[in-house]
Ligand binder design. Structure first.
Ligand SMILES: *Cc1c(COP(=O)(O)O)cnc(C)c1O
Length: 445
């Protein structure tokens, strides 16, 4: 679980790192190791107050442990502590970041994207909507009512009008509703979520793209959670169709700290057209906007950024290249498999009703009860009892309207229903699925 042998790998890497700086006179920072040890002991004790996010019995929110290569490379780079704001602060790590961006772009079929890493998906989406707002001033942002809440809030920050789009029974954006809104002539950008955070549903990107034949608007793909699934060769046919359209959008956000095996603090924004870099212009003396020459500080709204994030991501992509059929992709397919297995087992279980079949690795399910109020109460109870049994879940509040036919034979006496939600994002989840369902049954109120 906590593999302390990684420390030996870190030590070896630090030896190699140090050997590059031996021509400088030696110096040692003054460290009172005893004082450090005492504080660290306290820190480790404090950190015990966490859910075991790294364990397969954590089957709740979107939390996935970083790969050891990412953890070690990140830690090693902290002895240099590069800042990827500018080349002065992080020469090697800026070069590594550009290579990462190039590989992430290639994963979506882009040859020469402009992009950079960010602190996370929120910041990356903010940049995408900021660019959209500059290119279509005063026009609206449309995003699914199941899109991440950050889009509505970002739009407020940017003072861009925002409108939610309703979803169909499968949790995807309703294309007819998008069209009705486009008819008003004031939409600047449509956000398509490639795997929404609540349900894991993938918006029908191919159909949204088709609307560009008749209306002029940008498309931004929020693939913060779902982006990497484009590498899987076992997606459902219509999910695949949406992913195959990704190369035609204007901008993409992907979070390496969600499914890319990275520690937190690693999001990414990519633009298909590198010329949008000119919108970032500020009064720095350097102005390179072709992606071949980009200076990361010139094309990012954040200034100081952890170069360590780029080092960790580069190391991970080196070990596990972003290739269909490769090891990274097959580990991702295991989480698809796990979600499908959980959905199947819950469908066969008389105590639960799973909602829509998973497109990616999120399974949402309700507890069976006579009415919706009782179903919600049971979900809350089960959530707590499961945690006592060592199984950690998440909850989601959904409207009875959205639940539609999943509420057959249930009396509707509330506007919403609390459901349970499991993100089966660890490769081990497939092997642990049977046990997870056993624990669910044992935790029933
Ligand atoms: C997680 C997520 C975000 C927000 O990203 P952070 O990295 O948490 O800031 C945005 N959109 C989607 C679809 C997400 O899953």
């Amino acid at each position: 679980m906590i593999n302390k042998n990684e420390i030996e790998l870190l030590r070896g890497a630090l030896d190699k790192l140090e050997s590059g700086f031996t021509d400088l006179p030696d110096f040692r920072p003054d460290v009172d190791e005893k004082a450090l040890a005492a504080v660290l002991d306290e820190v480790a004790t404090r950190m015990q107050d966490n859910y075991p996010y790294y364990h397969p019995q954590y089957a709740g929110q979107m939390l996935k442990p970083p790969h050891p290569i990412a953890r070690i490379a990140y830690a090693m780079s902290l002895w240099i502590n590069p800042n990827n704001h500018a080349l002065d602060g992080g020469r090697a790590s800026s070069a590594m970041e550009k290579e990462c961006i190039s590989d992430l772009g290639a994963m979506f079929g882009w040859e020469n994207p402009l992009g950079h890493l960010t602190g996370g998906g929120t910041m990356a989406n903010l940049e995408a909507l900021w660019v959209a707002g500059k290119l279509h001033p005063g026009k609206r942002v449309l995003a699914s009512e199941q899109a991440h809440y950050t889009h509505k809030r970002i739009s407020e920050v940017l003072k861009i009008p925002f409108s939610p789009v309703s979803v169909t029974a499968d949790g995807r954006m309703d294309v007819a509703d998008i069209e009705r809104q486009l008819d008003k002539g004031d939409v600047g950008v449509v956000v398509a979520t490639m795997g929404n955070t609540g349900l894991g549903a993938v918006d029908p990107l191919a159909d949204i793209l088709k609307l560009q034949e008749r209306y002029e608007f940008r498309i931004h793909a929020d693939a913060a959670y779902g982006g990497y699934f484009t590498l899987c060769d076992d997606l459902n046919a219509d999910t695949r169709r949406a992913y195959d359209s990704l190369s035609q959008v204007d901008s993409i956000v992907i979070d390496p700290h969600k499914h890319g095996l990275q520690p937190y603090g690693c999001g990414c924004i990519l633009y298909q057209d590198p010329s949008v870099g000119s919108l970032y212009q500020h009064d720095s003396p350097y102005t390179y906007f072709s992606s071949a020459e980009l200076h990361l500080g010139e094309i990012s709204l954040e200034c100081s950024r952890a170069g360590a994030s780029a080092v960790a991501l580069w190391a991970t992509q080196k070990l596990l290249p972003l290739r269909t059929g490769g090891e990274f992709a097959s580990r991702l397919s295991l989480s698809l498999k796990a979600a499908r297995q959980l959905h199947r087992r819950l469908a066969d279980n008389e105590s639960f009703t799973p909602l829509m079949a998973p497109e990616l690795d999120i399974v949402v399910y309700r507890v069976n009860a006579d009415d919706t109020k009782a179903a919600s109460a049971a979900a809350h109870k089960l959530f707590e009892r499961a945690a006592q049994n060592g199984l950690h879940l998440a909850m989601i509040e959904l409207s009875t309207e959205l639940l539609g036919h999943y509420l057959e034979d249930v009396e509707i006496n509330s506007k919403t229903v609390t459901c349970l939600r499991s993100v089966m994002m660890k490769p081990e989840h497939d092997d642990w699925c049977e046990r997870i369902v056993e624990l669910l049954e044992r935790s029933l109120p």
